[in-house]
Design a protein around this ligand. Structure first.
Ligand SMILES: Nc1ncnc2c1ncn2[C@@H]1O[C@H](COP(=O)(O)OP(=O)(O)OP(=O)(O)O)[C@@H](O)[C@H]1O
Length: 327
């Protein structure tokens, strides 16, 4: 990597986040982690919305030394609202105009972006005349319009209808594929981390718990949270990790016979449809996922609060880490 391109971060928001990170130009980084892990504090520090110590050097310039309004950054945050008195087109054209583009050129660019995000025909509408999903598309178009070197997206799909979120994800993915800048995306959804990102940054209690490609993080999650997010179960014994799929977990109401199996008991915390199955989150220690058929869920009364036993065959688990043979 050319030392003057890309992003080098070593920053601290005292008591909230401490992050060291190097990102190559053109990369998309997904930031994941449990509630309160410091994800928002980290991206808001880059945007200049919360005070931070340290450095964040983007293409040779330390952002933390640049006033927030002068940072070449596109923001899509839930609370960074659209200008209510401007049309969708004017909201998107605002940035390019403010940076000296002619009105005609800025409007042309804004219209192009609204077209890309499938709302070109709504360009004359004010924010209050748009649905949540449409307004969110305008916000993303606005963030991209200035061709920022760094794009920060804090849960851009939160609160949207599943279908709208999926469509927006696809549009954003195709845009990010050709975007030359760096994008940092905070998300609670595994699908974002796995499909949109080149790299995943896992935060936990304000610290970096893991970094890697989506494939690496999914194959070898370092925290319970990530394991559940990517849909595998993770047990940790010092430096050895054991993983198994929720599909390989047997759920029963009575303690399973036979000692050759790993087994746990706990209360069902949630039961959600998951493809053809019902995915249970069970409050064992640590919490585990189990997939059962809808028929089994109904027969066993697997609703939140139900006490169950979980078991898994030794042949269904894989192990990795210092003491495992690492296959
Ligand atoms: N304005 C604030 N002042 C002081 N502490 C804060 C403030 N905002 C957040 N915190 C604390 O900083 C820590 C990190 O919070 P942050 O919002 O960055 O986490 P997050 O990973 O984005 O969480 P979530 O997924 O819930 O949005 C938490 O302990 C939180 O309570």
């Amino acid at each position: 990597m050319n030392p003057s391109s890309g992003l080098h971060v070593d920053l601290s928001v005292p008591g909230r986040a401490q992050v060291e990170l190097d990102v190559a130009a053109g990369s998309v980084v997904a930031v994941i982690g449990p509630n309160g892990a410091g994800k928002s504090s980290f991206v808001r520090a880059l945007a200049g919305l919360v005070p931070a110590q340290g450095v964040a050097v983007l293409d040779g310039t330390d952002l933390l030394r640049v006033p927030a309004r002068d940072r070449q950054i596109g923001l899509v945050f839930q609370d960074q609202l659209l200008f209510p008195h401007l049309s969708a087109l004017d909201n998107v054209a605002f940035g390019p105009r403010a940076r000296g583009r002619s009105r005609k050129e800025a409007d042309r660019r804004a219209q192009e972006l609204l077209d890309v995000f499938g709302i070109g025909d709504l360009s004359h509408r004010r924010p209050r005349e748009l649905s949540g999903g449409q307004a969110q598309r305008v916000a993303i178009a606005r963030a991209l319009a200035t061709e920022p070197d760094l794009l920060l997206l804090d849960e851009p799909f939160a609160g949207l209808d599943v279908t709208v979120a999926m469509a927006l994800r696809i549009e954003l993915a195709s845009h990010l594929a050709t975007y030359g800048g760096i994008a940092i995306l905070v998300t609670h959804e595994a699908i974002d981390a796995l499909t949109l990102a080149d790299e995943v940054l896992v935060l936990d209690q304000g610290r970096v718990a893991q970094r890697g490609t989506p494939r690496e993080v999914a194959a070898r999650p370092a925290t319970d949270h990530v394991a559940r997010l990517v849909g595998v179960n993770l047990l940790r014994d010092d430096d050895t990790f054991t993983t198994f799929s929720p599909r390989d977990v047997t759920v029963s109401l009575a303690r399973p016979e036979g000692s050759a199996r790993l087994q746990w008991s706990g209360q069902v915390a949630s039961a959600q449809p998951h493809g053809d199955a019902v995915r249970l989150l069970v409050e064992t220690s640590p919490p585990l996922l189990a997939d059962v058929t809808p028929q089994a869920a109904a027969e066993l009364g697997l609703a939140p609060g139900r006490e169950v036993w979980l078991s898994v065959k030794a042949t269904a688990v894989s192990r990795y880490g210092a003491d495992a043979d690492d296959r």
